[in-house]
Design a protein around this ligand. Structure first.
Ligand SMILES: [Zn+2]
Length: 526
């Protein structure tokens, strides 16, 4: 029995079949009806949200011999040729593998020639952010004066990587992540058409695992169907195929974390590994589970949003009472950070174990990050130091050298430059923070403290969420900090906040006053 992938089989051929992007479809159809078609479009959005699908339907619609209500007829020779991929009028380019100047020059030469049939030549450039600078410049020249019969559709998952000169010449459309509801409905429709019996719960799980991408959801469903060909697809079978775990495991792990039972929690992770569960998926699912707990806590009437069975809901409510909302938010933060790290990590298991230990031991969290930072900078110095040091010297000796080099350099001049009141703030940092509460406290704790312009206290963040919170809640956060400082040391200070998104650790770029001042205090004690 031959089996065609759902994604290919049910790729939408007309606008009405496209799900979850109504705002874009309506605008494009209106343009076609009014004959006000642009020459350059930029389609941005996560993978699998329909960018190239809509681009192709659009290409059909502008060339169709009998368009109806802005949609292609699907019947005329032009529509059929485009659907079959044999039309000369629709040129698809994958910029990931054709990213050089020559590729774009070739397009510029081709663009000179009118289409032999149909009205428009449509160039669909996928993953356009992968183009080299030179290629972008070459493309820009064409975009500046496009022939009337040419349309460019640039598709990208990373719009921020596109030069502004290109952006300013395109009509931009932002594709939304598709809701679980919409994806579930589409999957149900397709399963009915395929005459495959699937449990509703199973469909919802697949839709959720698709994470806003119709394509991902469809290919996950494909995997499950292929595995149980000819059988009814149940929730348990889906979990089994996708290597996912049942909610019982989340509940157990949470209880272990709350009891600070590290051994038990590590054993639970061991169990997942032995059973061959997909650890990346586990992290995503556990994050959702924590999010559900938080929702249950914040309102009584969340049943619809939560998308779980009533017996699980009762369990969830019971568990929600065991955890503080602050604690939950910390868990969610750590696990969502883990979620983005783990995707490409080789040692997934170790990352999860570290995260679980972090959850069990909140006091360790800051020490752990600072430790990693220190090891990092030590390693970098070692790398440089190895050339200088005699190769035969003992490991300890090398580390010792690097360490003294690390503390020598800044100690000589920086302490002099630090204003007295900032020194006091740093020395009293723990006491100042103890006057604060909630997210303000959590996020201020995360900052690397350095010296800003005009003797201000500079808070540096590597975490974008923390940075946004501290800058956007100026009165709650910065003013509260100022008040706490005034209360503690009787002085007023200026505060500045910076985001360090260089990927380098903050104390490499900004002198970390926390470390410097501590050294001073220790020396004074002697
Ligand atoms: Zn047609």
């Amino acid at each position: 029995m031959s089996y065609q992938a759902l994604y290919r089989k049910f790729r939408p051929q007309e606008f009405d079949d496209v799900k979850g992007q109504d705002h874009i479809v309506t605008t494009l159809k209106n343009q076609i009806k009014a004959d006000r078609i642009g020459h350059a479009y930029l389609f941005c959005g996560t993978r699998g949200t329909g960018k190239t699908t809509i681009a192709k339907i659009f290409a059909k619609a502008v060339n169709c011999e009998h368009p109806a209500d802005g949609s292609p007829c699907g019947e005329c020779p032009t529509c059929k040729a485009i659907a079959a991929g044999t039309s000369m009028n629709v040129i698809e380019i994958d910029a990931a593998s054709n990213n050089g100047v020559d590729n774009i020059r070739q397009i510029r030469e081709e663009v000179e020639y009118r289409p032999t049939e149909g009205k428009y030549k449509v160039y669909i450039i996928d993953e356009v952010h992968m183009l080299s600078i030179g290629a972008f410049n070459a493309l820009l020249k064409t975009l500046e004066e496009p022939p009337s019969y040419v349309i460019f559709i640039l598709a990208t998952t990373e719009a921020h990587k596109i030069p502004i000169t290109i952006l300013s010449r395109c009509q931009r459309y932002d594709f939304r992540r598709i809701s679980i509801e919409t994806i579930t409905a589409r999957l149900r429709e397709l399963m009915e058409e395929e005459q495959i019996t699937v449990e509703e719960r199973a469909l919802r799980y697949v839709a959720k695992a698709g994470d806003g991408s119709m394509r991902d959801a469809l290919s996950l469903l494909d995997q499950c169907i292929a595995f149980y060909l000819g059988q009814e697809l149940t929730y348990d079978k889906v979990l089994e195929t996708l290597g996912a775990v049942d909610t019982e495991v989340f509940s157990r792990l949470l209880r272990q974390i709350l009891e600070k039972n590290i051994t038990g929690a590590i054993a639970t992770i061991e169990e997942l590994v032995v059973e061959g569960r997909e650890l990346g998926q586990f992290v995503t699912d556990f994050t959702w589970y924590l999010r559900n707990l938080m929702l249950v806590q914040s309102s009584d009437d969340m049943e619809d949003v939560l998308d779980i069975s009533s017996e699980n809901l009762a369990l969830l409510k019971e568990e929600a009472q065991m955890v503080d909302v602050d604690v939950l938010m910390r868990y969610i933060r750590i696990f969502s950070e883990l979620g983005s790290q783990i995707k490409y990590a080789v040692q997934k298991r170790i990352l999860i174990e570290i995260a679980v230990i972090k959850l069990c031991k909140p006091e360790m969290e800051k020490d752990y990050t600072s430790l990693v930072d220190r090891i990092d900078s030590l390693e970098k110095k070692l790398e440089k130091g190895v050339v200088v040091t005699a190769p035969g010297s003992a490991r300890q000796g090398v580390a010792g050298n690097a360490e003294s080099a690390a503390s020598d350099a800044p100690k000589k001049e920086l302490p002099k430059a630090i204003p007295e009141d900032i020194k006091q703030v740093i020395a009293n940092w723990g006491g100042i923070l103890s006057q604060l509460t909630g997210l303000t406290k959590t996020y201020l704790k995360m900052a690397t403290k350095s010296l800003g312009a005009n003797g201000a206290l500079l808070l540096v963040y590597e975490d974008a969420n923390a940075y946004t919170y501290v800058t956007e809640n100026r009165s709650d956060c910065q003013d509260a900090l100022k008040a706490a400082v005034a209360e503690r040391i009787g002085k007023e200070i200026e505060i500045q906040v910076k985001l360090n998104d260089t990927g380098r650790s903050s104390d490499e770029i900004y002198p970390d006053l926390g470390q410097l001042i501590q050294i001073d205090i220790e020396e004074e004690d002697f």
